[in-house]
Write a protein that binds this ligand. Structure first.
Ligand code: FEO
Length: 169
């Protein structure tokens, strides 16, 4: 595998684990606010990020690459309003889309078609992640100001269940 592509994928393992930690921190914020549905949403989001990390980890091993695990940064965002994590989550997903696109570009440049094909799943996944994260912001804008509507939104989010990624390695 091209050295730069392998390095970027290795870094992405860390970035996905950081994403999991960031979302767990958001779950923690909402749990502290008594919003168990929002907390559930972000707990599941954290699990999905761990899955993303493991998919890349396994892909690297399947391609005879050495994986180096680095320190995972502390989630250091401060949340005051109920909207704050939702906006931070959307901005974070846009950032991750940029990271995936950069690895995709490097793989294309290296003519590493296998990695391009592997990353296709992540490109699609990022599209879904951004739809979900912007949808959460929109819902809070519409309903967050009304206690009854917030209660119902929290109940809706409590119904999210975990499902394993559709990509299998
Ligand atoms: Fe791993 Fe939320 O993208």
């Amino acid at each position: 595998m091209d050295k730069k592509v392998a390095e970027l994928l290795n870094d992405q393992v860390n970035k996905e684990l950081y994403s999991a930690y960031l979302y767990l921190d958001m779950a923690n914020f909402y749990a502290n606010q008594g919003l168990d549905g929002f907390a559930n949403w972000y707990e599941i989001q954290a699990k999905e990020e761990q899955d993303h990390a493991m998919l890349i980890y396994k892909y690297l091993h399947n391609n005879d690459q050495t994986v180096t695990l680095g320190a995972i940064a502390k989630p250091d965002k401060e949340y005051k309003e109920l909207m704050d994590p939702l906006k931070a989550a959307h901005a974070h997903e846009q950032y991750v889309t940029g990271l995936i696109n950069a690895i995709y570009d490097a793989a294309l440049e290296a003519k590493d078609h296998r990695t391009v094909q592997f990353l296709d799943w992540f490109v699609k996944e990022q599209g879904e992640e951004e739809v979900n994260s912007s949808g959460m912001v929109r819902k809070m804008e519409l309903f967050g100001g009304d206690a009854k509507a917030l209660y119902m939104l929290n109940s809706e989010l409590a119904g999210r269940t975990y499902s394993a990624p559709s990509l299998k390695l």
